[in-house]
Design a protein around this ligand. Structure first.
Ligand SMILES: [Zn+2]
Length: 568
């Protein structure tokens, strides 16, 4: 078949992978870190029967149980709740309480028709008794009111049909609006008439989050309202009223109600005790996430999505879905026909499960393989090794936030955390990252990405380099995604940050992005098991090196505010 290069000029995809077998017969795993062991593990963990391992669903429960049963077999020490391998994470289902009221003067407003309240945990200020003030048009900063004038008030903002946030008509970046009017009781953006119906439906659904514990800093309540509601609240037409004009005083009790999730959200936690009687009270933490994003209600044609994404959406879900022109569609169709011919049609299938083989089946199974490797060693590293498979990473780093807020070992005894998220790809055909300036780039046979390695401890970053140089076949480290102010903000986007916020030095290892990122095509037959084994062995070697140091890695950089905003 003719090689067809993707639109961004990378190496041509290898379409033959679409013909690889989709099942694997498990073999007994060994003490050594091997591609064969990792293959066995990942085909189990990313199997369709795990249903995409979505937080608080039977699939995620099943995935966590597989990890725990392996840990038990290997003889690791349980470090979860009550002598088990599981730590329950307090996830609740939060939904808008429709019995709550919003009224002003003689007018009362109906949820979903006149307004939508956004959930901000328990941080939203009360709107009861707040006077309405017109704050100008969002997107036209010259028209906006002085923040000082909005203290304690409900700020109504107009939303220009031309101004959009992330391309969504009518939407306002909540965080930016809250930063602009930090002292307001609430912010009501009059963009609801423009908001796409699908988005309004999404906003109506309940969502899962950590149960608020009353420590969230108070922020303005945030609502979308219709123009009609805005004009009623202001007692004047929102399109012609002057910035600073005062309106009615509202009576309001918007609340969210919580229900427990049906299936438990659990971190899996285990330890291998260190060999030094003193240093064993300190821990080198190794982490990954056990959850993924579940399944889609709308099945798609697997091969077709694979081909389209590998040609025209090389960043997977990080890129917008492409609009194909006739020539591009013809190219996809001919590649598809070729695969059909070569497999006698056997490869054709509808697919609805986000298997998450790379994300983060790869990191999760790597951590298990590293656990087995150390469990079999006669002489353990001096420090203890702490393994944590976090849940709820995809939904908002919930498991790692919970673990670091409720650690099962003293938090200050964790000397470093090595996080692995997506470590099974990274080839020259994969779009592994983008530069700060926006240029796409590719992996290579030795590729691995490091993020945050020197953000708290220069020494830890130096150790990572020296352990790599000492290896049989050093890998090539890519630090481009770690640039300060990089728009992808990757340092803030996986579990390691929850450790870093407490001043624990971290390194985030990943082989980077690819066309199958958060797609149904992230399946085990597309994983590079040799590379996964190399990354795993390397992380094990680094963990041993840190575990045997005569001192803990020196923190020589400023520690972040644990409850503050992450900044890359
Ligand atoms: Zn991930």
């Amino acid at each position: 078949m003719a090689a067809t290069a993707p639109s961004d000029g990378g190496a041509p995809p290898n379409w033959d992978v679409l013909m690889r077998p989709r099942t694997h017969t498990p073999t007994a795993t060994t003490a050594a870190i091997t591609p064969a062991d990792l293959t066995t593990r990942l085909y189990i963990f990313a199997d369709d029967s795990m249903q995409g391992r979505l937080l608080a669903t039977p699939g995620n429960v099943k995935g966590a149980e597989y990890i725990a049963s392996e840990l038990k077999r290997m003889g690791l020490t349980p470090m979860g709740d009550n002598g088990t391998y599981f730590q329950a994470v307090n996830i609740v289902d939060r939904a808008f309480d429709e019995s709550t009221r919003l009224s002003a003067g003689s007018a009362s407003f109906a949820p979903w028709t006149d307004y939508i309240v956004r959930d901000q945990g328990d941080g939203s200020r009360s709107l009861d008794g707040a006077q309405v003030i017109y704050g100008g048009t969002w997107g036209d900063s010259a028209s906006l009111i002085d923040a000082a004038a909005t203290a304690g008030k409900l700020v109504v903002l107009n939303v220009s049909p031309r101004g959009t946030t992330q391309g969504i008509p009518g939407s306002v970046a909540r965080a930016a609006a809250v930063r602009r009017f930090p002292g307001a009781a609430g912010i009501a953006a009059a963009g609801m008439d423009l908001l796409p119906v699908q988005l309004q439906q999404i906003l109506r659904q309940s969502s899962q989050s950590l149960k608020p514990d009353g420590t969230a800093p108070a922020v303005p309540a945030f609502l979308y309202i219709t123009k009609r509601a805005a004009s009623t609240l202001l007692g004047a037409n929102v399109d012609s009223v002057k910035t600073g004009a005062l309106g009615l005083t509202v009576t309001a009790t918007p609340r969210f109600k919580e229900t427990p999730v049906e299936y438990p959200a659990r971190n899996v936690v285990a330890m291998i005790q260190g060999s030094d009687p003193k240093l064993r009270n300190e821990f080198v933490a190794i982490g990954a996430h056990n959850d993924h994003i579940g399944w889609s209600m709308r099945p798609v044609a697997h091969d077709s999505i694979y081909i389209v994404n590998h040609l025209f959406r090389t960043g997977g879900a990080d890129d917008r879905p492409p609009q194909l022109d006739a020539a591009q569609q013809a190219q996809v169709n001919s590649l598809l026909a070729d695969i059909r011919r070569r497999t006698n049609g056997a490869s054709a299938r509808a697919d609805s499960i986000y298997n998450g083989a790379d994300d983060d089946g790869s990191g999760s199974m790597s951590a298990l393989e590293i656990a087995q490797y150390f469990a079999a060693q006669k002489v353990k590293p001096k420090r203890s090794l702490l393994f944590v498979w976090h849940t709820g990473e995809e939904a908002g780093l919930y498991g790692s936030e919970w673990y670091t807020d409720h650690p099962t070992v003293p938090r200050d005894s964790i000397v470093a955390q090595l996080n692995m998220d997506m470590v099974g790809r990274g080839s020259a055909a994969d779009n592994t990252g983008i530069t700060k300036e926006g240029g796409r780039y590719r992996g290579n046979p030795d590729y691995v990405q490091l993020v945050g390695a020197r953000r708290l401890s220069t020494e830890l970053g130096d150790l990572a380099e020296s352990v790599n140089r000492a290896g049989k076949r050093p890998m090539s480290f890519d630090y481009l995604m770690d640039a300060n102010g990089h728009p992808v903000n990757i340092y803030c986007r996986s579990d390691h940050y929850e450790y870093a916020r407490y001043g624990i030095p971290i390194i985030f290892f990943t082989t980077g992005g690819h066309a199958d990122y958060h797609q149904v095509t992230d399946e085990p037959q597309y994983i590079d098991y040799d590379r996964l084994a190399r990354v795993s062995q390397y992380v094990a070697d680094l963990a041993a090196r840190v575990g045997n140091l005569d001192h803990r890695p020196v923190v020589d950089k400023a520690k972040p505010d644990p409850k503050g905003q992450c900044v890359q």
